[in-house]
Design a protein around this ligand. Structure first.
Ligand code: ADP
Ligand code: MG
Ligand code: MG
Length: 951
């Protein structure tokens, strides 16, 4: 049997259905479904995407039988309408509309009014007794056909139209009378003749054929190709074509056309939302020719049609169980539906629609969880600019949208000024070439920051996400002149001038655009009562549903109690990474830290460490308290020591000045000594230098002090009856011997400390996996390490050999030339880094079955990476406090996806299904194990049976 290339719809019955999108395209499937539902749709037929694919295979020829079936279907349309295509008495006109599987706006314009000829235009006028309408349709047809099919630039038609309006002294084309339009038709035809050398086709069948060819060809037009590249749509899909009997919105004041959404796509409110235009055709509404009216206006102008429209949209929404986007036309008071599809929406409305549809019984909670994109959820957290004010401002420059949200405030050009200005009660925007750990105090004081250099994972960007600040990074328009002035685009700003920053788009504006803070953050910080905020209710409802389906836990990366508190507010179930060095960067500690580093002898060093001990302990007590018994993973000191010391160049300048003035001899000596030490500590490549556990191994007294602070803090709380299970994490381990050396030290300190307090604690000692060597020798490392946490920032750096601070430049280029699809510092590289993770997991489980596994790199808050971690069977992901909610949702979606995958796998490949089952079983077993952490700890002190056998 010959392949079926054409599907008819009309008279309440269609050959297609809504689930034939692949074959009929989105538009065709929608038209078929509406027809089957008995909704008023003009009859027509769909030529399949397969026909398009064949057309190309055959060298731009119709596949056998396609044209004949199309003509036969056209006959059915004629019968249904009681009209004839090309019939001068009762002329049938059709539209020829493209429609791929995925919506591709702007790929090809629709041709309306196909079938108008010298004869039929007269017939149309006579039949409708409306000469003006007939000529209006004809001039529209020549414009569309002439530009889309015959390639005459649209502007030429528009120029002639504008000329005509001028001649007639009218503003709108609706004011042109029949004679004027008739004249326009003549001029348009001469234009086509001039431009193409061909006469305008006057045979309806030829018009139809040319229009079909044009739609097929548009699939490989430049616009379509670009669109597909940008949106990842495969070239081999092809487009379907819909040929639909015309209905007319341009027949007078009881006719019109419109587009609508079944709910508000911006807010999600359950109310009919849309626009319409009376006496208009096609896309006049969107084209902005006249200002459209709200769709509800139809209730006044054409009440019965509006009633039916209301009835129809409600019915369709119920049927599709989603918010829809509709296109319709009203011809002399009668409603026709022309398109329906699932409507695009903002994040704010996505959540509201999902939650309310569950309450209305339309969808399940699980479906609601699937319908909200993690990045859509994130929109609930961003402070935002007042929309109208922003629309009225022109950006001075654009950088990377590195910390979403909106901030406006006075410019500070140094961190110290930022702190002063904040203290004086001002909103501050910090503008820098780039930021470094020394700037933290200023960044903390600012509501937003802008840097001239750096990428999406630059220091500024990472800190912005962690602190929840607004950030535009790498804004090339920014040129810092000195400590008091900066040029941004065309304008020079002084410190204290107002600047507005949109971290969601990357735009930077002059002036003070009003900002609104997110309600969710206000609730989490205790500034707003949860009950007062509808947004918070929606946000927490969808997350509670997400929690009920996810299997992976979500923790936060938090260094200080304030961050921990916010993390809890967002539902974090523990701390996955506390970077202790951030505690040393605090203002009151950095001088002690510097003295410790400068100390020449171990004894001296211990003296200063002794001073740091109580401060660290207080930090840990604060963290433990906030986490209310949830696990807290504390990483020992990691960065290279020079980060705590002043910069070499700055010291040299200061010394030169002191030498010049010759006033302060003591200070000069001090600074010289400092410089000497800074130079001693100088490393050619600090990233690969003395850092991570190498620090604690060469200066064990640092590890000792930290271990003591961690255990003492836990003991003190244990005495209050609180159960704390610290997880002590050794950074940058590459060899099992490194792990063992640090672990032995910690055990020794812990034993002694617990004895001193008379407390028996359980605690774990584990490591970060952030070096390829650690991953490939994980089996050995797990003999010592009681947990693994994947430090995927460093693991990505060390796997690729990219420094993340320098890679932004060439990664962009790599993406443009298609060497890489994504930034591996933002989205986990499954192929390379992921493969090392798999190796590490397998090795770790081999020597320590049930080893606790987590991830604490920036990837822990990236939805695609979270999905991958779920597949790997990690116990938890840890991310910045402000990403916790997003990770909860992403983890739920990953669990649902995996659940679905498992059911299909079960039938196809039993072996894989078995593997999936094992992961599940391990996870279940571990849930119980965590509760019995004490046992695990005890057991791990002895070599496990597997490792004993191996030796
Ligand atoms: P797009 O894919 O760009 O939305 P469509 O094929 O939906 O293009 O056509 C655009 C508009 O043209 C429709 O919204 C509708 O207003 C008008 N239109 C298309 N077909 C017909 C028809 N048969 N009768 C009346 N108007 C039509
Ligand atoms: Mg449309
Ligand atoms: Mg690291």
């Amino acid at each position: 049997m010959a392949k079926k290339y054409v599907y008819y719809f009309g008279d309440g019955k269609a050959e297609g259905t809504s689930n034939m999108k692949e074959l009929l395209g989105g538009k065709g499937a929608g038209l078929a479904e509406m027809t089957n539902l008995g909704i008023s749709v003009p009859p027509g037929f769909t030529i399949t995407t397969e026909a398009c694919v064949e057309y190309y295979k055959l060298g731009k020829k119709y596949p056998p039988g396609m044209w004949e079936t199309a003509l036969a279907s056209l006959k059915r349309v004629e019968r249904s309408m009681g009209m004839g295509f090309g019939d001068p008495e009762r002329p049938l006109l059709v539209s020829v509309r493209s429609g791929a599987r995925a919506s591709m706006p702007g790929m090809m314009d629709t041709v309306l009014n196909v079938g108008l000829t010298l004869k039929t235009v007269e017939g149309l006028a006579a039949k409708t007794k409306n000469e003006r309408f007939a000529q209006d349709s004809y001039r529209r047809f020549i414009t569309m056909f002439g530009s889309i099919v015959m390639g005459v630039p649209r502007e030429h038609f528009e120029a002639i139209l504008n000329l005509k309006k001028e001649e007639m002294g009218v503003r709108h084309e609706t004011q042109l009378d029949a004679r004027a339009l008739r004249d326009l038709v003549e001029r348009f035809k001469s234009l086509v003749k001039e431009e193409t050398g061909k006469g305008f086709p006057d045979d309806p069948n030829e018009q139809l054929k040319l229009a079909i060819d044009a739609v097929f060809s548009s699939w490989n037009g430049a616009r379509a190709i670009t669109y597909r590249r940008l949106n990842g749509i495969p070239d081999h899909w092809g487009t379907a074509i819909n040929v639909v009997a015309m209905v007319f919105g341009n027949m007078g004041d009881t006719s019109g056309t419109g587009v609508a959404f079944t709910r508000d796509p911006n807010t999600g409110e359950r109310k009919f939302f849309g626009e319409c235009l009376m006496n208009a055709q096609g896309e006049d509404v969107v084209a902005g020719i006249r200002t459209p009216l709200p769709v509800t206006e139809l209730g006044r102008t054409v009440p019965p049609a509006y009633k039916e429209l209301e009835h129809t949209y409600k019915r369709l929404e119920k049927h599709y169980r989603d918010m829809l986007d509709l296109e319709f036309t009203i011809q002399e008071g009668k409603l026709y539906m022309l398109q329906t599809r699932v409507g695009k929406r903002t994040g704010i409305s996505a959540v509201r629609i999902a939650v309310e549809m569950v309450k209305e019984g339309l969808i399940t909670k699980r479906e609601a969880v699937q319908r909200v994109g993690p990045d859509q959820l994130a929109q609930y957290l961003y402070p935002i600019f007042d929309t109208q004010s922003e629309a009225g401002s022109t950006p001075l420059g654009k950088g990377l949208p590195a910390g979403p949200g909106a901030a406006a405030g006075k410019i500070a050009l140094t961190p110290d000024r930022a702190v002063e200005m904040k203290a004086a009660g001002q909103r501050v925007v910090l503008v820098r070439d780039e930021t470094s750990p020394d700037d933290i105090h200023g960044m903390n004081a600012a509501t937003g920051f802008v840097t001239a250099r750096g990428g999406m994972t630059s220091h500024a960007a990472v800190v912005a996400r962690q602190m929840g600040k607004v950030c535009v990074a790498g804004c090339e328009a920014v040129e810092v002149i000195d400590n008091q002035s900066v040029r941004i685009g065309s304008k020079v700003f002084r410190e204290g001038d107002y600047l507005s920053v949109n971290g969601s788009t990357g735009n930077v504006y002059d002036g003070d655009i009003p900002v609104m803070e997110s309600e969710i953050i206000q609730v989490v910080q205790g500034k707003l009562d949860a009950k007062q905020s509808q947004k918070y209710q929606l946000f927490s409802t969808i997350l509670s549903w997400a929690d009920s389906v996810r299997t992976m836990k979500v923790r936060a990366n938090a260094d200080v109690p304030d961050q921990a508190k916010i993390a809890r507010g967002f539902g974090a179930e523990g701390i996955g990474l506390c970077r202790t060095e951030h505690m040393f960067f605090a203002e009151d500690r950095i001088p002690i830290m510097q003295k410790m580093i400068l100390a020449r002898t171990k004894e001296d060093r211990e003296k200063y460490l002794e001073q740091l001990l109580p401060l660290q302990k207080q930090d840990f007590i604060g963290l433990y308290r906030e986490m209310e018994g949830f696990p807290v993973t504390i990483r020992l000191l990691d960065p290279p020591l020079h980060e705590f010391l002043p910069k070499r160049e700055e010291l040299m300048v200061e010394i030169a000045q002191l030498e010049l003035t010759g006033k302060d001899g003591v200070k000069l000596e001090e600074q010289r000594r400092l410089l000497a030490r800074v130079e001693e500590l100088h490393e050619f490549n600090p990233m690969l230098g003395l850092r991570g556990c190498r620090l604690g191994i060469t200066m064990p007294e640092i590890t000792r002090m930290q271990a003591r602070a961690i255990i003492e803090a836990a003991c003190e709380l244990a005495k209050e009856g609180k159960k704390i299970v610290p997880e002590i994490m050794i950074p940058l381990v590459g060899m099992v011997a490194e792990m063992k050396s640090q672990k032995d030290l910690i055990r020794e300190v812990a034993q002694e400390t617990m004895k001193r307090y008379g407390v028996k604690l359980s605690y774990l000692v584990g490591t970060m996996i952030e070096l390829p060597r650690a991953a490939v020798t994980a089996e050995r490392i797990a003999e010592e390490a009681e947990f693994f946490s994947f430090g995927t920032n460093d693991l990505t750096q060390t796997t690729f050999g990219f420094s993340r601070d320098d890679a932004a430049k060439f990664i962009d280029h790599y993406r443009t030339v298609k060497i890489m699809d994504a930034d591996p510092f933002a989205t986990l590289d499954r192929e390379g880094v992921g493969s090392l993770m798999k190796t590490a997991i397998a090795g770790g489980r081999k020597s320590r079955p049930g080893i606790k596994l987590g991830i604490c790199g920036e990837h822990g808050g990236d939805p695609s990476s979270v999905e991958f971690c779920n597949q790997l069977g990690l116990d938890y992901v840890s991310c910045s406090p402000f990403r916790v909610a997003i990770a909860r949702l992403a983890a739920a979606q990953a669990a649902i996806a995996e659940g679905d995958a498992k059911t299909t796998v079960k039938k196809a490949a039993p072996a894989q299904a078995k593997a999936a089952k094992v992961v599940k079983a391990v996870r279940r077993a571990k849930a119980t194990q965590t509760a019995k952490a004490v046992k695990v700890t005890k057991a791990s002190r002895r070599p496990s049976s597997t490792t004993r056998k191996k030796r």
